[in-house]
Design a protein around this ligand. Sequence first.
Ligand code: S3P
Length: 175
Amino acid sequence: MRIFLIGYMGSGKSTLGRRVASKLGLTFIDMDHYIEHNQGCSIAEIFERKGEDGFRRIEQSLLSDLLEMEDVVVATGGGAPCFFDNMEWINNSALSIFIDPDCDALVSRLVGAKQKRPLIKDMSDSELREFVAESLKKREPFYSQAKIRISGRSISPADVINVIGYSLSEQSREE
Ligand code: S3P
């Protein structure tokens, strides 16, 4: 079993992923932490030293490691599915779930959590709102390729576990 949670920064992928993994007896991996551990520095430092392009290359190469792991729930970085063929790779090897709260919920969570996110750290709250709305539009075509989408202001671990159960039962009916 390999479950990949995808979605925008602040969508709650890591909190949900950790809880879902513990309920299902799977290992939880936060992709950003995995990258930081592999590179020996923070995401912000990678952006500073190598720029966004350098970060995206590292992200893709470590994505391919993660897609070989078994019995994991992975919370991907918000941009990971939106570069190169990453979304196709994810769908070929994992059950992808798009965590999709509305734009207001994202902005209100991100307002207090800009610092560790280089793309938004210097923005005012109103710039942040505009940026989120615009980049969500650009990213939507990638996120919406996920096999499952869960939308709503508050998405719970139980919601995620229910859709996983449903998808597994559909899969076994097809086999
Ligand atoms: C990014 C999201 C971040 C991190 C990096 C870039 C993005 O992950 O990978 O700052 O492009 O949306 P989170 O979604 O965990 O914040």
